[in-house]
Design a protein around this ligand. Structure first.
Ligand SMILES: Cc1ncc(C[n+]2csc(CCOP(=O)(O)OP(=O)(O)O)c2C)c(N)n1
Length: 284
């Protein structure tokens, strides 16, 4: 169990991550709504939970693997990785989205040491991670494979193929986190496709044979507790942590609205307001 000091450090880092997301959105188009919602889970994964060796990024066999299945959250991933020691915040700000930059709008593994796969086309992360987890299990490796799914992304059929596969192959080393912010690109998830609801999402994963943990994904104590309690890698049942979050978390005019799914925050007054308001997330 993490001590109070660790939790406080992680809360500081999650706030720093959100501030960097907002500042980056002043320079370039990013998917800021979903970046702000998953920042606590990304912080806890990169700055607390995952085993890594910065001397051998992406090469140390014992490292935990992470795949950002909701690859449009690249801005947050780059910032998380740079804060964790892979890559450079300055370089992100100087080059994001520029021709030839390794910081494109979606993550590119070949240009970013420490990144396990390229992503951006939704729906592939869970099957891909099932493959990584199955290979690790067959080798007798002891690391975990983590993936972050968007909730709107869970409309993709391949997510459920992955869910079925992971339970069938008893991939206890696989942990999916769902950024359950209730909003997809242009509408609430429960209203998409004429009301094709995702709920009860936890029961659906249970029916597929998974451990299901539901938490407030914007509460660092709950996120860390959930990650502390994942089963050992040599166990038999995959785990999904459904993190109930708020899209655009911390910024009043962004919260819960598809309008800020992606875009730029160019108005200096709005940016200043957002940076001021987001400080409150540190104390919630
Ligand atoms: C296969 C595929 N279809 C469509 C898109 C376009 N797209 C980008 S983000 C997005 C919405 C994703 O919603 P959600 O998973 O809820 O993401 P979040 O709210 O966490 O940002 C869509 C449809 C895509 N990237 N890939």
């Amino acid at each position: 169990m993490a001590d109070k000091e660790t939790i406080e450090r992680l809360k500081d880092q999650a706030l720093e991550m959100r501030e960097l997301v907002l500042k980056l959105s002043a320079k370039t188009v990013i998917h800021l709504g979903g970046d702000l919602s998953m920042a606590d889970m990304m912080t806890a994964l990169y700055m607390y939970k995952m085993k890594k060796n910065l001397d051998y990024p992406g090469k140390w066999p014992e490292r935990d693997r992470f795949v950002l299945s909701k690859g449009h959250g690249a801005g947050c991933l780059y910032i998380a990785m740079a804060m964790a020691g892979y890559g450079s915040i300055d370089e992100i700000f100087e080059t994001y989205g520029a021709w030839g930059s390794r910081y494109g709008m979606h993550p590119c593994k070949n240009q970013n040491p420490g990144m396990e796969v390229s992503s951006g086309s939704l729906g592939h992360g869970l099957t891909l991670c099932s493959g990584l987890a199955l290979a690790a299990k067959e080798r007798g490796d002891k690391h975990h494979v983590f993936t972050m799914l968007g909730d709107g992304e869970c409309n993709e059929g391949a997510i459920w193929e992955g869910a079925m596969l992971a339970a069938h192959y008893k991939l206890g080393n696989l942990v999916a986190l769902v950024d359950r912010n209730m909003v997809s690109l242009s509408s609430p998830t429960e209203e998409q496709y004429g009301g094709l609801r995702l709920e009860p999402l936890g029961d659906k994963f249970k029916a597929f044979g998974w451990n299901v943990v539901e938490i407030n994904g914007n509460c660092m104590e709950e996120v860390v507790d959930a990650l502390d309690n994942i089963p050992d890698a040599d166990s038999d049942v995959p785990t999904v942590i459904i993190g109930h979050t708020i899209k655009g978390y911390g910024v009043s005019f962004m919260e819960g609205t598809p309008k800020w799914h992606h875009g730029m925050l160019t108005d200096p007054e709005l940016l200043a307001q957002a940076l001021e308001e987001v400080k409150q997330t540190r104390y919630k």
